[in-house]
Structures are given as structure tokens and as C-alpha cells.
Design a protein around this ligand. Structure first.
Ligand code: MN
Length: 249
């Protein structure tokens, strides 16, 4: 017992000396910064609800303020909370800082929490992008994106018609997406629930959330009217820039 403890102390001392030899302590002394906590546990989990990038009533009348409050403050927040709760059950798994990387590599997530991470992590990733793709500013598809939209989809009117049709037909809850596919072509797809295009090997540019919580307060059961109205508040500048960045990357 004693011998074992002495041995352990020796090992610890050797490790500390090793650190000194590697120059960690002198660096800390120079900057006089406090030593970083080695493994500070994060009891509330690693993911946070991002604030809306505009006022809750910014998208009125196309999307009403009450829907935005519920959608962001309740629904999106719940995805983040439940994602963190799921991850807390597998502390040996270290999730990446960016939730996009988490849903892109679902296979890396322990099986016991993978379904929860698929749903809640997908919900967090999808909504984080959704808020950024909307704006009250008027804009139009620009640059390389506008050209690709014509070449790959047949233009903006075709995109609207196709997303309306696919979004209308989607049974139950899900999203209709404009994505870059593996060959970097613009493609329109639907995915159920909160499945992320990233999990499927696609790069999402713009998604229309067709869960009832996204439109029911204002549009009731008429999903088609919500899909028609959302085009009034799409931030094409953001989407055009996201497209260009993805094509370079
Ligand atoms: Mn939603």
C-alpha cells in the first residue's frame, strides 16, 4: 500500500518535472495568466441557444412576433437543453464545439444517445441556421449563387415552386431544404423531423421549417400560405455568401 502510494508520488513528481522541461511553467510565469482549469465540467452542457439576430417582430407580418417568441425561446431552447441533457449521460464523449460537426459525424456519437443527438442536435443545428437565413431586409440572389440557381434549379421562381410543392407534400414534421449536394450542385430535398442535411452528406443553404410550430399560430392549418409568405423575409445576401464560401471551401 505504502509502496504503491510512494510509487504514485514519484510518478506525479516525474510528470510535473516533465511539464517544466517542456517549458509550460515558464510560459505561464511570463504571461502571469492564471493556470487554466484542466477539465472544468460544464454542468449545463456545451451548447448554447444563440440569440435571434434581429427583433422578434422584425419579420412581421410574414412571420408574427408571437410565433418567433415561441419558436426561438421555447422550441429551439428545448432542443438545446435536451441535447445537453443527452450528452451529459455519456461524459466520456467529448462533443465538438460546433453543433454542425456533431450532426455531421453522428456515427461518432455513442449509440446510447445517438437517437437523442440526431433529434435534439439536428433541431439545434437546423434552427441556428434558420434564424440567420431570414431578414426584413429586401435582397435578391446574387453573384455565383444566382447563376447556380439558374443552372441547377431553373431560377428563383422554379425554386419557390419546387420548395412549395415538396414542403406541401411532406407528411408530418420536417423541413424542405435547398442544399449543395456531394457534387456541389444545388438540390432541393425534404428530410423528416429534425434530421440535418449535414448527416446526409449535404450542405444546407436554406431550409423551410414545416413543423406546425413554425406557422400554426398565424396560418393555422394552411401550410401553403406560410410557405408563400416566407419568401418575403428570406435573406438572399446571407444565402449567396454562404454559397460562395461553401464553393471555396
Ligand atoms: Mn422549428
Amino acid at each position: 500500500m505504502l509502496t504503491t502510494r510512494r510509487q504514485a508520488l514519484k510518478t506525479l513528481t516525474a510528470a510535473a518535472l516533465g511539464s517544466t522541461a517542456l517549458g509550460r511553467f515558464p510560459v505561464l510565469a511570463e504571461t502571469s495568466a492564471p493556470a487554466p482549469a484542466a477539465t472544468a465540467p460544464a454542468p449545463t452542457g456545451p451548447y448554447k441557444l444563440p440569440p435571434l439576430p434581429y427583433a422578434y417582430d422584425a419579420l412581421e407580418p410574414s412571420i408574427d412576433a408571437e410565433t418567433m417568441h415561441l419558436h426561438h425561446d421555447k422550441h429551439h431552447k428545448a432542443y438545446v437543453t435536451k441535447l445537453n441533457e443527452a450528452l451529459a449521460k455519456e461524459p466520456s464523449f467529448t462533443p465538438p464545439a460546433d453543433v454542425d460537426d456533431l450532426v455531421k459525424n453522428l456515427d461518432a456519437v455513442p449509440e446510447s444517445i445517438r437517437p437523442a443527438v440526431r433529434n435534439q442536435g439536428g433541431g439545434h443545428a437546423n434552427h441556428s441556421l434558420f434564424w440567420q437565413t431570414l431578414s426584413h431586409k429586401s435582397s435578391a440572389p446574387g453573384g455565383e449563387f444566382a447563376k447556380a440557381l439558374t443552372d441547377d434549379v431553373g431560377g428563383l421562381d422554379k425554386l419557390k415552386a419546387e420548395m412549395a410543392e415538396q414542403g406541401g407534400k411532406l407528411f408530418g414534421s420536417g423541413w424542405v431544404w435547398l442544399v449543395l449536394d456531394g457534387g456541389k450542385k444545388l438540390t432541393i430535398i425534404t428530410l423528416p423531423n429534425q434530421d440535418s442535411p449535414l448527416t446526409e452528406g449535404h450542405y444546407p443553404l436554406f431550409g423551410i421549417d414545416v413543423w406546425e410550430h413554425a406557422y400554426y399560430l398565424k396560418y393555422h392549418n394552411v401550410r401553403a400560405d406560410y410557405i408563400t409568405a416566407i419568401w418575403n423575409v428570406v435573406d438572399w445576401d446571407f444565402i449567396s455568401q454562404r454559397y460562395s464560401a461553401a464553393m471555396k471551401g
